[in-house]
Design a protein around this ligand. Structure first.
Ligand SMILES: O=C(O)CCC(=O)C(=O)O
Length: 347
């Protein structure tokens, strides 16, 4: 069992192995072909390139545990039991104004604050550490090939949207590396993307593309989808929670930051990461001959910057069988921003 599993076993989200060994993993669906061509600086590009939507990563029971945990933190925050900048409940005076946020791992400043701190990570401010259950979510995402082990998040922001709350158009600040991920809970909502997102009214936005985020889904933001297109969540029709996990730029780490051992050495559970040779699955009764060097191994040898897309899709589509315990229950590069992105509203 990994360090996280050992230390956090008391907080296990699930007690049984996935039904049928690969049962839980077989429910995972990954969409990586989002496409919307827009003209940027005179060139037509796919502004959704780099977005991925992963569903089936967290079971309904696990989602409930995570939501319960967030609700408990919200209560603690209301009672003043969290560090000052961890919990924030903006003054709301109209539809589309604000949402509750809970920050773990670092204090992110959305706009120039009273002390004159610019938007970004405030390095001399402390917030509460990432709670164990949320660390287990990170572990799951890395082990299940949702996030690369080269970009393990060390901070997160929980957004609690009541009906009519929203998040305005923005590009995530480059104090955080790419990719980053947003996990959705409680209700499905639409997230808009586009180089031009229009503010039509309070919580009312329009954009060239909308992606539906089902409860329990993980949206990965990378490439153009993170840095060329802005994104926003228009006023939600019903309560929703999201957790955005991000890795901080080393140069922007809070001064008192110490790496969490629970989040170090996380690895994908796909066989190549374990250095195991795959076992061919019978295909219509005849064994599938393995390639001389399995693709995943090739990718691993090629280093962390090799084509992760292919690696991920291989982990579910390849003719090789994963090891029975590869997908246990939850218990057990910074892209240089294009000019356009630099000018976009930072968030
Ligand atoms: O709630 C969401 O899905 C989006 C959150 C987001 O954009 C952010 O935290 O920066």
């Amino acid at each position: 069992m990994s360090a996280v599993g050992e230390k956090l076993s008391g907080l296990s989200l699930g007690s049984d192995p996935p039904a049928g060994g690969h049962g839980a993993f077989s429910k995972v669906k990954r969409k990586k072909d989002f496409k919307r061509m827009e003209r940027v600086n005179g060139r037509w590009i796919n502004v959704l390139q780099g977005l991925e939507l992963h569903t089936g990563i967290f079971t309904p029971e696990e989602q409930k545990k995570i939501v319960d945990c967030i609700v408990q933190f919200q209560e603690k925050g209301r009672e003043g039991l969290l560090r000052e900048r961890t919990y924030s409940e903006p003054r709301k005076w109209m539809r589309g104004k604000g949402r509750v946020t809970i920050q773990f791992g670092c204090c992110y400043n959305y706009a120039m604050d009273k002390q004159g701190n610019p938007p970004g990570i405030i390095r001399d401010e402390e917030v509460d550490p990432i709670p164990p259950l949320l660390k287990m979510m990170i572990k799951r995402m890395v082990e299940w090939d949702v996030l690369p082990h080269t970009c393990v998040p060390n901070s997160c922001i929980v957004n609690i949207y009541d009906k009519d709350d929203c998040i305005p158009p923005h590009i995530d600040h480059h104090d955080f590396l790419r990719p980053f991920s947003t996990v959705s809970f409680l209700s499905e909502c639409r997230i808009l993307f586009g180089t031009e997102l229009k503010v039509l009214g309070p919580g009312d936005f329009s954009g060239s593309s909308a992606i539906s985020l089902p409860a329990g889904s993980v949206l990965i933001l990378n490439g153009n989808g993170a840095d060329v297109a802005k994104h926003c969540v228009p006023a939600v029709p019903t309560k929703r929670i999201s957790i955005t996990f991000r890795k901080m730029d080393e140069k922007k780490l809070p001064f008192k930051f110490t790496p969490d051992p629970d989040l170090s050495n996380l690895r994908s559970l796909s066989y190549a990461s374990k250095g195991l040779m795959p076992q061919p699955i019978q295909n219509h009764g005849s064994p599938v001959p393995p390639p001389r060097t399995p693709v995943l191994v090739q990718k691993q040898l090629a280093g962390p910057n090799s084509n992760r897309k292919e690696e991920q899709s291989n982990s579910i589509r390849s003719p090789y069988r994963l090891i029975e315990d590869d997908f246990p229950p939850l218990g057990s590069a910074s892209a240089r921003p294009p000019k356009k992105a630099v000018n976009a509203l930072k968030h």
